[in-house]
Write a protein that binds this ligand. Structure first.
Ligand code: FAD
Ligand code: DLZ
Ligand code: SF4
Length: 509
């Protein structure tokens, strides 16, 4: 054998670096389904089914081109059930001249690869993952010497560098960011187009049965599986988004509605992150829709910013800050994750809805993740590690490079403000403004105290009190702390009592 090329489950892109220059006569592609990856956190059943099915379909695409694929299935008798074991077995089987891989999405696997360079009997080449706009090295150079990172500045540099939505040196429309247009409530009479769902083919059905059998105790529903598992179907999902949802993406980016699991979001992250779609083609399609007059600038800019800005930015933070990043806990948060994150059983409608979506679809849209499940964990002072594990395992799009900065940095402020300048803490008023959840909730977002008050309200003020030392000096927190300062000691005591009652109900103190 010439070169053995290892393709991981989130590297399902035909143009991935590790396939470049492949010699179909001599080389072998190795793909492995292993227990270690399925259980390093116990992933949502749909996430495992999605990835195994996408891997199996990708292997068939390569084979149809005449490429030899050595595909190890989870059930194969001699499967050693880890990347390390399977790579070593394959090296023994094929006796290649060298092994080629693309850099992985997680530090854990990166470390494994470092070890391989030293301990494999053949040379290992690790190629950069050029599916991202900004390489790890380029981000490190951007970050070098900056005390604080801000997404907005990084994003502008990326716009200049890629030329996306640029007119020469200037941003199209004369502004970099149209977010102030993007805070609309969803009007009651607006219909959200249904998300295209793809019914499982024979390969997916076989995988679903396998997952049901082997991972039955993992979180999440398997029935109703509707994700695309091939590039063709992922492209159909992209077409549908560009034509039907993108025009409204900006206006209703922060909106939430009961029973509306995707609103006007793309639901493309599982495809982007495992490689069925690339960030470049998705951004190019959005830009083309703007140029053709098919979607307004506030929508297209907002959408491109999520991918060209946030997605690249969090990846850069991850790779420049790991491995230490994980260990921070700036606010000293220590509480357990409430049981309802698993069961969905809570009388708080916003949380019940967001967790139901998560369980049914291995998905929740950004505002559910940030302002509902995230905000609650922040306000309740949940141990960052517990909530990080939850986010890493419940979503089909979750890999540590993107999950960790979002949860540890953006939601939990556990990095002390490296990623975002202030914690996204909010009381019930925000959820009330952006959703229709509160109308059917037994709690009242307008009540500040007592049994019927929305739990987010006492928890919000209690959060400010608990973290006064860490947060009071933050200029962006000046307003709420001023309000807190004006409160009487009695009112403060009342907040503590109400918050304690919430914690007690949740079994948290
Ligand atoms: P849209 O809202 O339609 O956005 C389009 C695309 O932009 C997404 O597909 C995604 O690729 C990108 N994007 C948007 N926001 C972000 C962001 N903050 N960081 C990185 N990329 C972004 N995204 C993941 O891909 N994996 C995760 O594990 C993940 N965990 C998150 C955890 C928390 C607590 C929060 C607040 C956000 C997290 N996100 C994560 C970001 C974001 O919520 C999801 O990318 C988004 O909900 C995916 O759905 P969508 O494709 O409909 O996104
Ligand atoms: C998430 C995942 C799962 C559940 N299973 C596999 C697998 O069996 N084989 C594989 O190659 N990849 C899997 N993955 C994705 C990997 O965890 C991912 O490639 C690494 O975390 C590096 O990002
Ligand atoms: Fe959520 Fe509070 Fe509204 Fe109930 S009242 S849905 S708990 S924000």
């Amino acid at each position: 054998t010439g070169t053995l090329r290892l393709i991981l489950g989130d590297q399902l892109t035909r143009s991935i670096a590790s396939l470049s220059g492949i010699d179909a006569d001599k080389d072998v592609v190795l793909m492995v389904e292993v227990m270690a990856e399925a259980t390093y956190v116990p992933h949502h059943k749909q996430k495992i089914a999605f990835l195994f099915s996408a891997m199996r379909h990708f292997a068939e695409v390569l084979r149809s081109e005449g490429i030899k694929v050595d595909y190890v299935r989870l059930d194969d008798e001699d499967n050693s059930q880890s990347f390390d074991g399977e790579l070593r077995r394959a090296v023994a089987r094929h006796a290649p001249e060298q092994v080629v891989v693309t850099e992985p999405g997680e530090w854990r696997v990166w470390q494994m690869m470092q070890e391989w360079t030293e301990t494999l009997p053949v040379p290992l080449a690790i190629r950069a993952d050029d599916r991202f706009f900004c390489s790890r090295g380029a981000f490190a150079r951007w970050a070098d010497g900056r005390r604080q990172f801000r997404m907005e500045f990084f994003y502008r540099d990326m716009r200049r560098q890629t030329g996306l939505l640029m007119e020469g040196a200037n941003p199209v429309g004369g502004q970099w960011n149209f977010d102030h247009d993007n805070r609309r409530r969803l009007p009651a009479d607006i219909d959200v187009p249904a998300l295209p769902r793809f019914s499982p083919d024979a390969v997916t059905r076989e995988v679903i049965a396998l997952v049901g059998d082997r991972f039955g105790d993992h979180f999440g529903a398997l029935d109703g599986f509707g994700w695309a598992v091939t590039r063709e179907d992922a492209l159909r999902a992209l077409d549908h988004f560009i034509g039907n949802r993108l025009p409204f993406f900006g206006d209703y980016q922060d909106a939430m509605r009961r029973g509306e699991d995707f609103v006007f979001h793309a639901a493309l992250s599982p495809y982007l992150n495992c490689g069925l779609l690339t960030a470049r083609e998705v951004c190019n399609r959005a830009e083309a829709a703007y140029e053709a007059g098919e979607a307004p600038l506030n929508a297209v800019e907002g959408f491109i910013r999520q991918i060209l800005g946030w997605r690249e930015y969090v990846r850069g933070i991850y790779w420049t800050q790991m491995p230490g990043y994980k260990d921070g806990n700036r606010l000293g948060a220590k509480r357990r994750l409430p049981d309802f994150y698993w069961s969905g059983k809570t009388d708080m409608v916003c949380l019940a809805e967001s967790i139901r979506n998560t369980r049914d679809n291995a998905y929740a849209h950004h505002i559910q993740r940030l302002m509902v499940t995230g905000n609650f964990a922040l306000l309740a002072g949940v141990d960052p590690k517990e909530i990080e594990d939850w986010y890493l395992l419940v979503y089909a799009d979750a890999y540590e490079w993107v999950e960790l900065p979002n949860v540890h940095g953006m939601v939990m402020f556990a990095d002390g403000g490296l990623l975002a300048s202030k914690p996204y803490a909010a009381s019930g008023a925000y959820i009330h403004r952006m959703s229709d959840y509160c109308g059917s909730c037994r709690y009242d977002p307008n009540l500040k105290t007592g049994e019927a008050a929305c739990p987010f309200n006492p928890l919000y003020w209690n959060f400010l009190i608990e973290n006064e030392v860490a947060l009071k000096g933050n200029p962006r927190m000046a307003m709420p702390y001023k309000t807190l300062e004006r409160m009487t000691q009695d009112r403060r005591a009342e907040i503590r009592t109400d918050a304690d009652a919430v914690f007690k109900r949740l079994g948290l103190n």
